[in-house]
Design a protein around this ligand. Structure first.
Ligand code: ATP
Ligand code: MG
Length: 449
């Protein structure tokens, strides 16, 4: 009693010591909808005397009739104990040790119940606490404590596949029914512990089409500046989750509604505050959402190429105005743009290559005479470059006719293609060659860039 009161005063989340247990009739989640690998993991753990549940996003998504993205398992077995039960498994993570169990091509993440530990608030804490943190964040706890440390009530549900029961410590089943996203514990305290939860709130609200509970939402506007203290790499991951979730358009709108777009994602400032860029970027998000919903992959590099396109163009124009020739101006503009953005959002350098290729290909799409279109067609990044051109067409940044021409050119026969080529003067190609007699190969590509 006193402890509950103390926790309340301190803003520490507390919850009932016993969960509400919902039977199948009340939640409708059948064992059959759980991934076979997750079933295998929970079964093996239980056979060995451990508790094991499917947790987090999977239970939430199934509860509202959606297909889960991945299946996570929580258990009272330690990472070492889990590791010993599965031949194809490995312990990963330093701060949070988790176990990856592989079945065929699939991986299930298994976490040990953890007690609530406030997150380090900024980079400095993370660095100075680096070593101590391994232990500190790996404080194992009871299932009840594990539920308390989770963020939203709908993310703290535990499904027992054997009994087909949902265990609920914080009213998550009820909230899912009402489609409410509610923070566990005191929202101010929980957002301060880990400001990324604000972005998660916006992302889940958009993805699940949930309403953010009033008390959860209230402190966000004031606490938003705390996001500036989050490590750029983590921000990048979170941003990509939002943009590649299949609900980017709604997600960005939600960020804006919560006042979370300023300063945090400089590129989003740019999108949302420049009306002339909006059309292209909305086309990009819309298109990506469609792709993801159709089950196709969406690439972070492509998304970044879209988000930074106008910045790069501006920089290119600026450099050209100083008298730099096109080619060096383009390469310098691309480097400048990527480096500038990387300060706030640490996206991996391995994405640079593809981003730059998508950008440099754009200039080559205007060359529609001679052998050049054939070489471009054989470029390994042709597809990404063309998709980008299409978006520019939709967004009014490139002539719709150009994108349409390339759409036809790709699917045309050799004879039709010859007929489609533009007179040499218009395409700017040299008169030397018309088109290679042999089939163009990837080796022909890149020479014009
Ligand atoms: P998604 O469908 O996007 O994967 P998810 O709910 O599974 O959604 P994850 O980021 O995969 O989200 O995290 C798994 C679970 O871990 C969450 O459901 C939540 O219970 C817990 N969790 C993750 N990040 C946090 C956080 N920052 N604070 C508290 N709990 C968290
Ligand atoms: Mg998940």
């Amino acid at each position: 009693m006193i402890r509950r009161w103390l926790n309340k005063v301190l803003g520490k989340p507390s919850g009932p010591s016993k969960p509400r247990i919902f039977p199948l009739e009340q939640h409708g989640i059948r064992r059959a909808s759980i991934h076979s690998c997750a079933l295998k993991v929970t079964r093996t753990l239980k056979e060995n005397g451990y508790a094991a549940f499917v947790v987090g996003g999977a239970v939430r998504d199934l509860l509202i009739g959606r297909e889960p993205k991945d299946f996570d398992v929580a258990t009272d077995a330690t990472p070492e104990q889990v590791r010993h039960l599965f031949r194809r498994s490995r312990i990963i993570g330093r701060r949070f040790q988790i176990v990856h169990v592989m079945c065929g091509a699939d991986t299930i993440e298994v976490t040990t119940f953890r007690a609530h530990q406030p997150e380090a608030e900024d980079d400095e804490d993370r660095v100075t606490a680096e070593d101590g943190m391994i232990l500190r964040d790996n404080v194992f706890g009871s299932q009840r404590e594990d539920a308390i440390r989770r963020d939203f009530t709908v993310n703290a549900l535990y499904y027992d596949p054997e009994k087909e029961e949902v265990w609920d410590y914080h009213g998550g089943v009820e909230d899912a029914k009402k489609r409410v996203l509610r923070m566990i514990g005191n929202p101010v305290v929980r957002f301060r512990e880990d400001p990324v939860r604000m972005l998660r709130a916006a992302r889940f609200a958009a993805k699940l089409d949930f309403h953010i509970d009033t008390a959860t939402r209230a402190p966000i506007a004031e606490l938003a500046p705390m996001l500036a203290r989050i490590a750029p790499a983590r921000l990048f991951d979170e941003m990509m989750k939002l943009l590649l979730s299949g609900h980017a358009e709604r997600g960005v709108r939600q960020l804006r509604a919560e006042g979370l777009h300023h300063g945090v994602f400089p590129m989003l400032d740019a999108i949302l505050d420049h009306p002339e860029r909006t059309k292209f970027l909305h086309a990009a998000m819309h298109d990506t959402d469609e792709r993801v919903r159709r089950g196709h992959s969406a690439s972070p590099a492509f998304m970044l190429a879209c988000l930074l396109w106008f910045d790069m163009q501006e920089q290119f124009a600026r450099l050209r105005a100083t008298g730099l020739p096109d080619q060096p101006a383009l390469f310098a503009a691309m480097d400048d743009t990527l480096e500038r953005q990387r300060v706030a959002l640490a996206f991996p350098r391995r994405l640079d290559g593809m981003i730059k290729e998508i950008w440099t290909l754009q200039g080559r799409f205007t060359q529609r005479s001679g052998s050049r279109p054939f070489r471009l067609l054989a470029h390994p990044r042709f597809r990404a470059g063309y998709d980008f051109l299409l978006l520019r067409g939709h967004g009014g940044d490139a002539p719709a006719e150009l994108a349409e021409w390339w759409g036809r050119f790709q699917n045309a026969s050799d004879e039709e293609r010859d007929g489609m080529l533009k007179p040499v003067s218009e395409g700017g190609a040299s008169k030397r060659k018309r088109r290679p007699r042999r089939k163009p190969s990837a080796a022909d590509a890149g020479g014009d860039a």
